[in-house]
Design a protein around this ligand. Structure first.
Ligand code: FMN
Length: 434
């Protein structure tokens, strides 16, 4: 995998064996944490994070300082902190990289978050398939404990603060924060109804809980060490800082690229990714993974940030950018992701359970050349009906995927119906042909 540090803020600190505590400390690691424990008031930390304008990197882009403030100033004093390293979305792999190569940076971010909101206990919820990353994290935690950076009597301050690794439940939905919290309490990983059950009010054990993504937390030590104005000198006014883009699909150099938010999609695909290989062209791009509408080749100048993509009718999500070339059947591609959503629905909400099954089965029928014009109407009817109806956004993702494919590539759907086969597959050999 190519690790191209285009902007190199979060990733720059990974130069050298960054998972080693000594190497990390040499680059200023744990300085921010030491300062917090020594002389920072939690509200001052929150204000600095607010000034930075940092927005969550886990998908929703929610302002991090606002969330911290809510938990810090909650009337209920028993609070929890959870780092979300569930990462299960197709095309997103940046948290894995941070877990593997920057565990101390992440641990430092977690300690600061946990200290700031006054958490009673703190956890790292990690994708159960990330074995090596979990091992690394345990090693790094042991190193930090040995040095007295975490555990009992941190930096001789009389404070106790520890972090525990929790191996994840192993599904996409389990990364949704309320489903994650449910699973951590030994229950099925099913999302809670929101409102009212937002984790900041009703989290782990029903208590206020701060949940943040790995990348969000890796930005925290840098912001506190270098200052909010250093952080927001790149990016856009409303979406400051850099983002780690996981670039995959039809590009010459797939990998993780750290770029300022607001960078044109073309820069990512062409300059960083080296463009589409084999003389092919871009046909479509999923700018925020399969749960947000696709964009087409004429939209490569779109700015990659939460607000610009929302304005363009799509979204950034966790910046899992998937490029599709012009040799690809868009019906087959859509079917692939429809099957993903069907397989990952937890089944709790009837509209999601049935909606994802029905969308995937109609897509299967059309890709097999057995669809009718009426099936296209039914697809749109189901998508419109189920969109926005679940306790989480999985079913909305499944619906907008199909809506966007039909809007942008209706001709391909119609060709499948007309030819009664996939036009991208070789035509069947008929009797009598040589
Ligand atoms: C189906 C689904 C899966 C999700 N998976 C993840 C995940 O793996 N990691 C993550 O950080 N956020 C995930 N989220 C978003 C979380 O619910 C939550 O918004 C995020 O962890 C908050 O952290 P942030 O504010 O730092 O972005 C997912 C959301 C949905 C709807």
């Amino acid at each position: 995998m190519n690790m191209n540090q285009q902007e190199g803020r979060v990733l720059r600190s990974l130069e050298g064996p960054a998972w080693d505590l000594v190497a990390y400390a040499k680059t200023g690691g744990y300085e921010a944490w030491r300062k917090c424990v020594a002389d920072s008031k939690p509200q001052e930390i929150v204000e600095e994070i607010k000034r930075s304008g940092l927005r969550g990197r886990g998908g929703a882009g929610f302002p991090t300082g606002v969330k911290w403030d809510k938990v810090l100033n909650h009337r209920v004093k028993e609070r929890y902190f959870v780092c979300n390293a569930g990462e299960h979305e197709p095309g997103t792999f940046k948290d894995r990289h941070l877990l593997k190569h920057a565990p101390h940076q992440l641990i430092e971010g977690c300690l600061i978050a946990s200290y700031t909101v006054g958490a009673k206990a703190s956890f790292l919820y990690v994708n159960h398939e990330y074995h090596e990353e979990q091992e690394n994290l345990q090693k790094a935690l042991a190193q930090a404990r040995e040095k007295g950076y975490i555990g009992k009597n941190v930096f001789g301050s009389g404070r106790d603060l520890d972090l525990e690794v929790f191996s994840g439940q192993g599904s996409y939905v389990a990364g949704e924060e309320t489903a994650m919290l449910e699973s951590m309490q030994g229950r099925p990983a099913m999302p809670r109804q929101k409102p009212p059950f937002y984790p900041t009010d009703f989290g782990l054990y029903g208590k206020p809980t701060l949940v943040n993504n790995v990348e969000t937390l890796c930005n925290i030590p840098l912001i506190l060490r270098k200052g909010a104005s250093w952080f927001n000198e790149v990016g856009t006014e409303k979406c400051p800082g850099t983002m780690l883009f996981s670039l995959s699909g039809a590009v010459t150099r797939p990998g993780i690229y750290e770029l300022p938010l607001g960078t044109p999609l073309r820069d990512l695909v062409e300059r960083c990714g080296g463009g589409v290989p084999n003389g092919r062209k871009v046909k479509a791009v999923f700018p925020g993974g399969p749960a947000f509408p696709m964009v087409t080749a004429d939209q490569l100048d779109l700015q990659m940030d939460f607000d610009s993509l929302k304005k363009a009718g799509t979204g950034l999500g966790s910046a899992g950018v998937i490029v599709v070339d012009d040799a690809t059947c868009m019906v087959a591609k859509t079917l692939h992701f429809s099957n993903f959503f069907k397989g990952e629905s937890c089944g709790q909400c009837p509209s999601c359970r049935m909606g994802t099954i029905n969308l995937a089965s109609l897509m299967t029928k059309i890709e097999a050349g057995e669809g009718t014009q009426k099936d296209l109407d039914t697809l749109l009817q189901i998508a419109g009906f189920v969109k926005g109806t679940g306790y989480c956004t999985l079913v909305t993702g499944a619906a907008v995927l199909v809506q966007s494919a039909l809007k942008l590539f209706q001709d391909e759907f119609e060709a499948h119906i007309r030819l009664q086969r996939c036009p991208y597959q070789p035509a069947p050999v008929t009797a009598g042909s040589a």
